[in-house]
Design a protein around this ligand. Structure first.
Ligand SMILES: *Cc1c(COP(=O)(O)O)cnc(C)c1O
Length: 450
């Protein structure tokens, strides 16, 4: 059944070298501590991006704020800044402690990117940022705009006519397509979204209603990206947003970090040597969680511990980092099917750029079954009345596994965290959900009940 020759090695050899592969193949839940994790100062010199790049992205989003406030009324209240609430979830914490018979030391919080304006997922950070940056580059290059100007003029018809000469394309499992599609169409670009088979019908319908061209594929995410890239290359006026390699997307996500820092300070939550911060991020191709983790490490260095969560059927980043093969390896190479209810995470091959960037920064990766995702989805509705899509709950399993698994214990011991856990802050990064239609949300909820 398995390919006997996987990237030049037999399956037996792979397992000998990386015994965890056995559990990955049988889609068991695992908790993997990253052996490449190092003190931040040791990694800092080797990173392809630095703090000034994050600040540049932050300032660009600031310039666009007057435009966004005008074009998207739902952002007006925040003066055109696309940001999400940070909320403490004590009832959920109690519920999972009871449910899993495991005390979580420290305080559990939820970062509600599920409720980001415009597109209701973490993709409203990176996706929208990259389109805005492209629009700015074009307008400045054609002497229609300077960085000193009030960007609300971008909502004028003259700009829409100008941007309509250009097109944008992207491959997506759904949410990135939503972000890119919605913002591009509003600015005036022609936009094509190449959707993988797992993309939900309601997302395609919503985009088509906004004038976005949606191309559907019978295969998974990697194929949709590949096709999108190929078709875009043939059109010189087309700009392809490359979820697997884009530094702009990554930087758009990273801006979440300074904003979160401010939110924590406003809430009087301390992060320092004796008050560690743990962040649990759902991971697909890696850009979203990678960008956020990168931004957080720049600010908090060794005081923040970032973990990614992946579905048991799509542990692509784990496989790529563990083997060091990054985007050269896929879960399908090992007969893992990449089929999961967590459509935003249904990615079989990770981003090589992200994997190499976060290699020394990431504390570890755990996997989570679809059953647990819907259980946690239901628990969060029942305890806090917060509705997330299944992918977003991958973050919610992190704190449980840190305390429950042997590898989690090892991490705590190795980094001398045991005595500090009482003071810990655990943040579940809730990556999507507010735009899911009610009937579909109800079907997720009832899945857990049955
Ligand atoms: C895209 C997505 C992620 C993961 O982001 P990647 O950049 O693909 O790793 C997580 N959750 C949701 C809901 C998403 O849409």
């Amino acid at each position: 059944m398995y390919n006997n020759n996987i990237l030049g090695k037999s399956l037996e050899r792979w397992i000998e070298e990386f015994p965890l592969i056995t559990q990955l193949i049988s889609t068991e839940e695992v908790f993997w501590n990253n052996p490449h994790y190092r003190p931040f100062e040791q990694c800092a010199g080797e990173l392809p991006l630095e703090e000034k790049h994050v600040q540049d992205a932050e300032q660009r989003l600031q310039r666009f704020a007057p435009y966004l406030a005008k074009a998207f009324p739902e952002t007006r209240q925040m003066n055109g800044i696309i940001e999400s609430p940070l909320v403490q979830i004590p009832a959920m914490q109690q519920d999972v402690e009871d449910r899993y018979g495991q005390k979580i030391l420290g305080q559990l919080w939820l970062k509600c990117d599920s409720h980001l304006p415009i597109s209701g997922s973490i993709k409203a950070r990176g996706g929208i940022y990259e389109v805005l940056k492209y629009a700015e580059d074009l307008a400045i290059h054609h002497n229609m705009l300077t960085v000193e100007e009030d960007y609300s003029i971008l909502a004028d018809q003259a700009f829409k006519d100008f941007f309509s000469q250009y097109s944008i394309a992207v491959g997506s499992t759904g949410n990135l397509g939503m972000s890119i599609g919605i913002i591009s169409a509003e600015i005036g670009f022609h936009v094509t979204v190449h959707m993988s088979a797992d993309a939900k019908q309601w997302k395609k319908d919503l985009l088509r209603k906004k004038g976005v061209v949606v191309v559907e594929y019978a295969s998974d995410y990697s194929k949709a990206v590949e096709e999108g890239r190929k078709q875009s290359e043939q059109d010189p006026t087309c700009y392809f947003i490359d979820d697997e390699n884009s530094q702009d997307l990554f930087l758009g996500y990273s801006v979440a970090a300074p904003r979160l820092k401010k939110q924590l300070e406003d809430r009087k939550v301390i992060v320092d040597e004796d008050h560690p911060l743990f962040v649990y991020l759902p991971c697909g191709v890696g850009g979203g969680p990678g960008g956020v983790a990168f931004g957080l490490k720049l600010l908090y260095k060794d005081q923040v511990h970032c973990f990614f969560g992946e579905p048991t059927h799509s542990p692509c980043m784990l496989l790529g980092l563990m083997t060091g093969m990054h985007n050269k390896i896929s879960v399908q190479d090992f007969g893992i099917d990449n089929i999961t209810i967590a459509d935003g995470l249904a990615v079989g091959r990770p981003s090589g750029f992200v994997g190499k960037t976060v290699e020394g920064l990431l504390s570890g990766i755990y996997t989570v079954s679809d059953d647990q995702l819907v259980e946690l989805l239901r628990a969060l509705v029942d305890t806090e009345n917060i509705h997330l899509e299944p992918s977003a709950l991958a973050g919610a399993y992190g704190a449980i596994q840190l305390f429950k698994s042997e590898a989690g214990h090892n991490y705590v011991e190795k980094h001398d965290l045991r005595k500090k856990l009482m003071n810990a802050t655990h943040i579940i990064w809730a990556t999507g959900g507010s735009m899911v239609p009610e009937d579909i949300m109800a079907s997720y909820y009832s899945m857990a009940k049955s």
